[in-house]
Every structure is written in structure tokens, then in C-alpha cells.
Ligand binder design. Structure first.
Ligand code: NAD
Length: 286
């Protein structure tokens, strides 16, 4: 049987989540995605209308099949956690069962088990503010959406992950080196995500024989990155300064993710793997 993957954080065809889905599909995996509730409608409509058909093309010429799209908001674990204004918001009221626990239950009911869990989501409402000007609320929101969301997803999906399974998340070097502009507590959130990768690798390894790694990816002009505001500058900086002077393609991160969740990486867990044209190794701008 082929492997089954649940990929949280796909809402268009530009981001790392989409590229990871494609790499896994090309390797024969069955693809389920979790899409942020407010983005669900446009994503599903675009899929249905064929807007993504060109980018659904796999190397063998077939089109990636997304078997099911689940609405998801990874900042809520159970319906009790959802505040009234969100519950009644019209972008949310049209969907149901989108808290993490409910999505895990729905996947269990629909498919029984998964092999691969991908976390490709982040959000920091104050990302454009320096840390020194970030509110407590903004900081905690960044951690909730970008770090705890992974703890929660693994917590709820681990019971249905087959032994030998693997999970992966996406991080950024701003966790360990100062990147002015990556604010709002997002640098803190990535530091938490990387530390949690080690602890969760231990716990999920012992409990379910599941591996946990994270990819520290170089800059990509995704929708989320464009919202931060300086992504073009980071892409240019990387091009000028990295050991490999080439554009970083989302597919290169997708391929590394496919390796890390495959049996080829069966002894790799708890690691931060850099997929950034080597930029992280430089100590001096060139
Ligand atoms: P993206 O816009 O494709 O992905 C982010 C996704 O998160 C979106 O689909 C968005 O709808 C979703 N999302 C936001 N809040 C959510 C919530 N509460 N519940 C569920 N989904 C939610 O952008 P991307 O840049 O590909 O981001 C994917 C991951 O890659 C993120 O963790 C990001 O930090 C990381 N990353 C990105 C870069 C970059 O330069 N783009 C570099 C390193 C790491």
C-alpha cells in the first residue's frame, strides 16, 4: 500500500506545503490537505475550476490528486476553544469540524490511519513589528499559530500514525540568527518549533516509532512571506551571498521533505535540516 500524508497549511500553489504535497504525490503517496478555514472557499473553487492544473503536473505527466481537503484552524484544539466571534464569523460558519481534534477525528473516520504528517503553516499578526514593539497578545498569537499548532497536530494525529511514520515542519533561520524584519515574535516561534522538534522526536519516537524533523528553508516568495514585506530583499540577499548562487525552488524543499519522511531517512529524527542553498553556513556577506 502507498503511504498516506496529511499536509496542514496548503491554500494555494505557491507555498512550501503545495510543493511538499507534489513531491509526496510524485513518490506515490495519497494526499490529504488541511486548509485554513478563511482560505478554504477560494482554494477549493480554484482547484475545481482547474486554476492549479498546470502546477498539479507531476514529473510523470499525471496530475496530483488531492484526495480530500479538510478545513482547519490550527489555533483551536477543540470546539470549546473557539471564541463566539469566530464561531459566528461568516467565513467560519460555513464550515464545520475544523479544530485540530475534530480534523484528526474526521481523518480517522475517513481513512483510519496516516503515515506522514506535514506542518507547513505559520502566522504572526504583528510580524512587521520589531520584537521590542510586539504586544503580549501578538507574541502569544505567533507562538500559538506557528509553534503550538505543531504540538497539537502531532498530539492528535500520533495515535493514528503507523509505526515508521514521520512528521516534518518548516522553520526559518531567524530562530538562531537575528533577521531584522522577521518580528512579532515569529523568530521566537521558530526557536520554539526547533526546540520542540527535539523533544517531540524523543516522545513520538518512544511512543509511536514516529520521526520528527524540521526543514530550515531559505526564502520563497509565498503568500505568507509576501505579507512580511521584505521577501524580495531576502531572496536577492540569498542569491548574492549563498554558496549556491541560484534561485531556491519550492520543489527543492518539497524533495528534501519527501526524503526526510521516507524510509531513506529512517535514522534521522530530531534534526533541523537546512534547505537554503547553504546560506546558513556563511559568516560574512559577500
Ligand atoms: P504559505 O502561505 O504557502 O503557507 C502558510 C499557510 O499557513 C497558508 O496556507 C495559511 O492559510 C496557513 N495558516 C495560517 N494560519 C493558519 C491557522 N491558524 N490554521 C491553519 N492554517 C493556517 O507560505 P509558506 O511561506 O510556504 O509557509 C509555510 C511554512 O514555511 C511556514 O511555517 C513558514 O514559516 C515556513 N517558511 C517559509 C519561508 C519563506 O521564505 N516563504 C522560509 C522558511 C520557512
Amino acid at each position: 500500500r502507498g503511504k498516506r500524508a496529511f499536509i496542514a497549511g496548503v491554500a494555494d500553489d505557491n507555498g512550501y506545503g503545495w510543493a511538499i504535497a507534489k513531491a509526496l504525490a510524485a513518490a506515490g503517496a495519497e494526499i490529504l490537505v488541511g486548509t485554513w478555514v478563511p482560505a478554504l472557499n477560494i482554494f477549493e473553487t480554484s482547484l475545481r475550476r482547474g486554476k492549479f492544473d498546470e502546477s498539479r503536473k507531476l514529473p510523470n505527466g499525471s496530475l496530483m490528486d488531492i484526495v480530500k481537503v479538510y478545513p482547519l484552524d490550527a489555533v483551536y484544539d477543540t470546539p470549546d476553544d473557539v471564541p463566539e466571534d469566530v464561531k459566528t464569523n461568516k467565513r467560519y460558519a460555513g464550515s464545520s469540524n475544523w479544530t485540530v481534534k475534530e480534523v484528526a477525528e474526521a481523518v480517522t473516520k475517513d481513512f483510519g490511519s496516516i503515515d506522514i504528517l506535514v506542518h507547513s503553516l505559520a502566522n504572526g499578526p504583528e510580524v512587521t513589528k520589531p520584537l521590542l514593539e510586539t504586544s503580549r497578545r501578538g507574541y502569544l498569537a505567533a507562538i500559538s499559530a506557528s509553534s503550538y499548532s505543531f504540538v497539537s497536530l502531532l498530539q492528535h494525529f500520533l495515535p493514528i500514525m503507523n509505526p515508521g511514520g514521520a512528521s516534518i515542519s518548516l522553520t526559518y533561520i531567524a530562530s538562531e540568527r537575528t533577521i531584522p524584519g522577521y518580528g512579532g515574535g515569529m523568530s521566537s516561534a521558530k526557536a520554539a518549533l526547533e526546540s520542540d522538534t527535539k523533544v517531540l522526536a524523543f516522545e513520538a519516537g518512544r511512543k509511536g516509532q514516529v520521526r520528527v524533523n524540521t526543514i530550515s528553508a531559505g526564502p520563497l516568495g509565498s503568500r505568507a512571506a509576501k505579507a512580511i514585506g521584505f521577501i524580495e530583499k531576502m531572496i536577492d540577499y540569498s542569491y548574492v551571498n549563498a554558496p549556491l548562487q541560484k534561485e531556491l525552488l519550492a520543489d527543492e524543499v518539497g524533495n528534501a521533505a519527501a526524503f526526510l519522511v521516507s524510509p531513506l531517512a529512517s535514522a534521522v529524527t530530531g534534526s533541523v535540516v537546512y534547505v537554503d542553498n547553504g546560506l546558513n553556513t556563511m559568516g560574512l556577506a559577500t
